[in-house]
Write a protein that binds this ligand. Structure first.
Ligand code: XIL
Length: 386
């Protein structure tokens, strides 16, 4: 009888173990035994820049406990992945839904973090009604400016003195440096950017205001952004900084390109923030971070569904080391480095630019464990916390 009981317990334990393993998909390479609280990213870089992450609702409500521990121990700034975008906060005319955004801001306040608002004026995740007038015709310039001002006043005003910095205009440029033909540009004209900054400044004069975009390491696009900054400053517009999204690949852009980009914006008199950092390790025909580029998956494009091979894991760690070496070279000019997500499990890179893949773009794996890339970034820090 005792032997039977023993066998029953052993087989039950095995079954539980197998189930647990098959649920934790995909298996991770042997997790490094680094403690996530000692040292932390925010302490390691405290004399250089803030370090943060974009959070989803499960993260800022504490529902995801592994992530919660990482966020509180590692980061001193947060960005809202989606809850402050127009479609989420202002879904229909006159209807503002602040409930999730309020929780996000409260989370930042409780944890004494520098709180970012993302974003006010963008071509994506903005409802169609914003650009429609009577009978479905495009709205007039005057009315669209009015709607833009109302939105910015309501949202920035709601968090006046609580949200510390805003991505005022997101992704206004094409790859060749010309202005993107968004509905904002088509209806208002190219002064829509200046207007958005003026409305934001009016709503919270103390808030930092940023222009945010991807691929600014491309020379033509960077020239366009530098020209934009020059014009805004010449008109006396309050622009604090430029956000380099830095949704990068293992080999694009080069650190020389990033270095030159930071230097150029610094010369134009604005601060630089790395606002949406992640490193795509999967094959792709594009390195664009344009959300409108989103193709269906194919097994050839998803080579690591069951875990990242060690060689790629090491390449990722090396890439992160190179990136942070470049950012830290510009301590003080670069004031913040924010990852676009906390762990690989929830990263948008699992679905962009190709849907339904298993990607590994961040410093923490799917089980909320630090990866070799985390160690690499900590080791590089200019000064370790005492
Ligand atoms: C992404 C979010 O991560 C996704 O959850 C959402 O479905 C689409 O947008 N550039 C930006 C971010 O400025 O707002 C985008 O975030 C990623 C690219």
């Amino acid at each position: 009888m005792r032997r039977f009981l023993y066998l029953a317990i052993v087989s039950l334990a095995l079954a539980v173990n197998v189930t647990a393993q098959s649920q934790s998909s995909p298996p991770q390479p042997s997790a490094p035994q680094t403690s996530i609280s000692q040292p932390s990213l925010k302490d390691a870089y405290k004399d250089c820049f803030l370090v943060g992450a974009a959070l989803n609702a499960a993260e800022f409500t504490g529902e995801d406990q592994g992530e919660d521990a990482i966020i509180k121990s590692q980061f001193n700034t947060i960005s809202p992945e989606n809850v402050l975008k127009w479609e989420a906060i202002h879904p229909s005319p006159g209807t503002y839904n602040f409930s999730q955004a309020e929780k996000y801001v409260e989370f930042g306040e409780q944890n004494h973090m520098f709180i970012i608002g993302h974003n006010l004026v963008w071509h994506s995740q903005v409802p169609k009604w914003v650009f429609e007038g009577k009978n479905g015709k495009p709205v007039s310039r005057k009315e669209l400016l009015h709607r833009m001002r109302d939105h910015i006043r309501a949202v920035v005003g709601q968090y006046k003195g609580r949200i510390n910095g805003w991505d005022v205009v997101n992704e206004a440029l094409n790859e060749d440096g010309t202005l993107r033909q968004s509905s904002w540009l088509k209806i208002i004209g190219d002064d829509y950017i200046e207007k958005a900054f003026r409305f934001a400044h009016e709503a919270d004069p103390a808030a930092q205001l940023y222009y945010n975009d991807y691929s600014l390491e491309n020379e033509a696009k960077r020239r366009g952004a530098l020209e934009l900054v020059r014009k805004l400053k010449a008109k006396g517009v309050a622009i604090t900084g430029v956000g380099l999204q830095d949704h990068v690949n293992l080999d694009w852009p080069t650190t020389d390109q990033i270095d030159a980009t930071i230097t150029e914006f610094g010369k134009s008199g604005v601060k630089v923030m790395i606002t949406e950092l992640d490193v795509d390790v999967l094959p792709s025909s594009t390195h664009t971070a344009d959300v409108s580029y989103n193709v269906a998956s194919d097994p050839k494009l998803n080579p690591y569904p069951n875990g990242l091979p060690d060689a790629v894991q090491q390449a990722l760690a090396q890439r992160y080391a190179d990136l942070f070496r470049t950012y830290a070279k510009h301590c003080g000019l670069v004031t913040r480095v924010t990852f676009w997500g906390v762990t690989d499990k929830d990263s948008w890179k699992n679905n962009w630019p190709v849907r339904g893949r298993t990607n590994y773009p961040l410093l923490f794996d799917r089980s909320a464990q630090p990866k070799p890339a985390f160690d690499a970034v900590i080791q590089l820090a200019p000064r370790q916390a005492p």
